[in-house]
Design a protein around this ligand. Sequence first.
Ligand SMILES: Cc1ncc(COP(=O)(O)O)c(C=O)c1O
Length: 390
Amino acid sequence: MNADNNNGIDLSEARLDDFMASIISKKSRDFGYPINRKSLLIGFYRWLWGSGMNLNMLNNAGDPFDGQEHTIPNTFEFEREVVQYFASLYGFEQDNVWGMVTFSGTDGNNHGIYFGSKYLEKKTGKKPVMYVSDAAHYSSKRLADLQNLDLRVIPSDVHGRMIVEEFEKALVKDRPALVVYALGTTFKGGCDDQDALNAVLEKYPDITVYRHMDAALFGGYLPHTKYRDFVNTNVHPFDSIAISGHKFFGTDEPAGVFITSMEVRKNQNPVEVSYLNADMPMISCSRSAVSPLKLWWIINHTSKEEFEEYSSGMLEVAEWLKEELEKIGWPVWLEPMSNTVYFRRPPVDVVKKYDLAPDFDDRLGGELSHIVVMQHVKKEKLQEFIDDLK
Ligand SMILES: Cc1ncc(COP(=O)(O)O)c(C=O)c1O
C-alpha cells in the first residue's frame, strides 16, 4: 500500500502502530470507565486466524431458540450455550429461558423495554407506564422515548437509588407497570432497593408488573460474589436482565447478553419473516456471529475460581481506594456491592491524566468524579493517583 494517497492521508501501517501504541500506553491508568482491559481473548484470536472463520461471513440473523433450520451460516449453537450459562447464573429455569447475545447493554435494555411493554399489553390490553430512576443509565430514558412509552422518571437519593416513596407517589394505579431496576448506576454504582420497591408493588395487586434489570456492569461480577442473590430471579424476581459483554467480561468490542423467560418470549408481537423461516421477536435482523463466540470462549476458558478472584479483587481494591482517600481527607463514597468509587472532583490535570468522567451532585458538594475499579486497575497505579491528589 502507498504510504500516502492523493489527499495526503497517511495510510502506512506505522501510523496504525503508533495509534495502537498510544492506546496501550494508557492502559493501566484508564480508570474512568467500566471497561475491562485485561484481555481474555488471546487464545481465541490464535484459533480464529487458523480457522478460516475470518474469511467467511457468518450472521446470526434470526432467533437462536426457534429450533428451525437456518440457511445463513451462524453461531446459534454457541449463542444458546452462552444464554444458558447466564440463565443459570441468574436463576432462570433451563426449560423456560430465552435470550440472545446483543450488540451492547443498551441493545439489551432496548429488548427488555420492548419485550416488557409488548408482554404487558398482551396480558392486560393496556399500554404500560414505564418507571426508571433519574440516576439510571440514560439509555432507558432514550429508549422509552424511541418506543413512545409513557415514562415516569423517579428522583434518586444521594446514593443513586430510586426513592421508594416517590415511586409509590408516581404509580399509575390503573395501568400496567414496566419498572426498570438499575443494578449499579453508571456514576455512583447505586443499586435500586428491589425489596422495598417490590413491597410497594405488592400493595397494588391489580397492577400487572414487568421488571427489567439493567445490570450492565454489576450483572457480570455479582454472581461470583456473596451478593449473587441480588441478580437471582428466584430470590429477587425480575422478568429480564441485560448486561454488557465489554465491561466485566472484557470483549474487545461492544457486546452484551439479554435473558428473559420463554413465557415472555411467547407473548410478543410476532412478525413472520418467511426467508428467515421464523417469527422474529427481536429488533435487529443481522446480528454478530462473532461476539457470541467470543463470549462463549471467555466463559469456557475462565474458571469459576478465576471469575471469583477477579470479582473479589475489584471489590477489595475499591474498598482500599475509599479508605486511602479518606486517610488524606478527600471526600469519597462507595455504595454496597459496588466497584465504583466516587469522590470530590480532582483538579483538571489529574482528571485528564486518569481519564476521569465528571458528574455533579449539589447534595455532595457539587463536582464529582469516579474511578471504576476494573480488573486492570491495580493498587500501584491508584497509589500514583492518590499521590497526585496529595
Ligand atoms: C448502568 C448502565 N446501563 C447501561 C449501560 C449501557 O451499556 P452499553 O455501553 O453496553 O450500551 C451502561 C454503560 O455504561 C451502564 O453503566
